[in-house]
Design a protein around this ligand. Structure first.
Ligand SMILES: [Zn+2]
Length: 493
């Protein structure tokens, strides 16, 4: 994928590593080479086979791991910082593969830049060292990328879609409404020139424009992902080369087929859109064709289409009241505009909470999504951890990834498989797995040190001892201090 080139290991990095090695070999014993960080007494979690090493010593220089040896082996480096992990567990930095730190749905609240900036450190302080921005302003993304480079704000790495590509009458502010297939090359070129890494298609994109776009993207080697449009089936989108599908959208519709005439006649009598939504979804949930479902999932597997199910988002939506109670303590960490928007009075995702039939269907849909995830895993469909953090209520920046991992385990993934959806799988998806997504010599030092074994209990990803981003370690004390500072700032933004 040409567009993630910024994150790729350059020839010069490799040359530098080779030169360092030569210097090391030719060094006199008393003039030991220097390294920035040694993590002592840490067990390395292997994301390929889910094995755990004996206590080891992991040495970092610059932004990369340069050595992993047994904990008791004598160190041939002079290190500037040592961290005793005390038998803790080392995993790669986490990725949130569906985030909206600048969600266009929130633009109507006019959040200023300093408020939006407050979201960035919340990812990193929770161990999330990379995000896939699934729609927002590229200007904002450019600002965050520059802040990252200048070290003026604690940011994760960002790969970004830029504006959503929707039909002539787009759903949200800031989307590009493509009016005809002829417009596709111009629109795509301008978005890629503005700094997007990939394209995100949206629900109202007409079928002919979708196909023109997928063809243009394929010809130009540009990855495209997103919502399966209403007029397209998930398998059509898969066969057109859509690299990842989000939210499990349109699958239920495909595996239940067209609505029967009798139901359409019934629906014509209903004027209330909520009741008709309830009726359609109840029908579909009762008429799932399981052999069709298996063949649809089979196509995802053979076409190597990734799915980002955002299960935790669906769960928070269906069980909002109960989840709000559990998440209360986290709300004050958010900027005021988000605190305000995550309430039923303001939020588009929290409408009709007084309708029991509506909420009941949402819960049943969640059970279907969880079932789908399990079937996908059994069929070898690759999954990505995503949160939809942004306008959607209770999908917290950072914490949301831990919620998603827990939801994936509840749906039937092992803790290791869940952890892989936020570490090695994102790296493979982004084609940067030669230096991201594993804790290994030569890999980037984006790391999380955990107190307890995440393979025994996925909730252990939340007990963070330290986060390492680009070789720089932020210990638990510093994490707490920075979170407290953010908490203090939120009240005024
Ligand atoms: Zn989204």
């Amino acid at each position: 994928m040409r567009s993630f080139r910024d994150l790729r290991c350059s020839f010069f990095n490799k040359l530098f590593t080779f030169m360092s090695l030569l210097m090391f070999i030719s060094c006199e014993e008393e003039t030991l080479p220097e390294a920035v960080l040694s993590i002592q007494n840490v067990r390395v979690v292997n994301m390929d086979d889910f094995s755990v090493s004996e206590p080891s010593r992991v040495v970092v220089d610059g932004d990369s791991i340069i050595l992993i040896v047994a904990a008791d082996e004598e160190l041939q480096y002079k290190v500037s910082k040592t961290w005793d992990a005390n038998g803790g567990y080392l995993i790669p930095g986490l990725w949130d593969m569906h985030a909206h730190p600048d969600d266009p749905e929130l633009w109507r609240l006019n959040p200023d830049r300093s408020s939006r900036d407050l979201l960035m450190p919340l990812f990193v302080l929770e161990g999330v060292t990379g995000i896939r921005d699934m729609g927002g302003s590229l200007e904002e993304v450019t600002h965050w990328r520059n802040s990252y480079k200048q070290d003026s704000l604690l940011c994760p790495k960002i790969v970004a879609a830029g504006p959503l590509l929707d039909g002539p009458d787009p759903m949200w502010d800031g989307s590009v409404g493509i009016k005809s297939a002829d417009e596709v090359p111009k629109v795509v070129d301008s978005i890629m020139e503005a700094g997007a890494d990939f394209l995100k298609v949206y629900s109202k994109l007409p079928a002919d424009i979708f196909h023109a776009l997928s063809q243009y993207a394929r010809e130009n080697d540009i990855p495209f992902v997103g919502h399966v449009p209403y007029e397209i089936t998930p398998t059509e989108a898969a066969l057109a080369g859509m690299k990842s599908q989000e939210y499990l959208l349109e699958i239920l519709k495909q595996v239940t087929g067209p609505l029967p005439d009798s139901l359409k006649i019934e629906m014509e009598k209903i004027t209330d859109p909520v009741s008709s939504w309830v009726m359609v979804n109840n029908y579909r949930l009762d008429h799932i064709n399981t052999s069709l479902l298996d063949s649809v999932i089979g196509i995802f597997a053979t076409e190597k289409i990734w799915h980002c199910p955002t299960l935790s988002m669906w769960y928070k939506n269906a069980w909002y009241e109960e989840e709000l109670e559990k998440d209360k303590a986290l709300i004050p960490e958010l900027p005021m505009y988000l605190q305000r928007y995550w309430t039923p009075d303001e939020n588009d995702h929290l409408k009709h909470r007084d309708r029991e039939d509506f909420i009941e269907v949402k819960k049943e849909l969640y059970e279907f999504y969880a079932f789908l995830v399990k079937r996908m895993k059994q069929s070898g469909v690759k999954l990505l951890a995503g949160t939809d953090t942004g306008a959607n209520p209770l999908c917290f920046p950072g914490v949301g990834v831990h919620n998603e991992l827990a939801a994936l385990v509840k749906a039937g993934l092992t803790p290791g498989e869940a952890l892989r959806t936020a570490t090695l799988n994102p790296a493979i998806f982004l084609e940067i797995d030669d230096h991201y997504g594993r804790v290994s010599k030569g890999y980037k030092a984006d790391l999380v040190i955990l107190v307890n074994n995440p393979l025994e209990d996925i909730l252990n990803t939340r007990k963070i001892q330290a986060v390492v981003r680009d070789g720089k370690l932020i210990g638990a004390g510093e994490i707490d201090k920075r979170k407290a500072e953010i908490f203090m700032k939120q009240g005024v933004n």
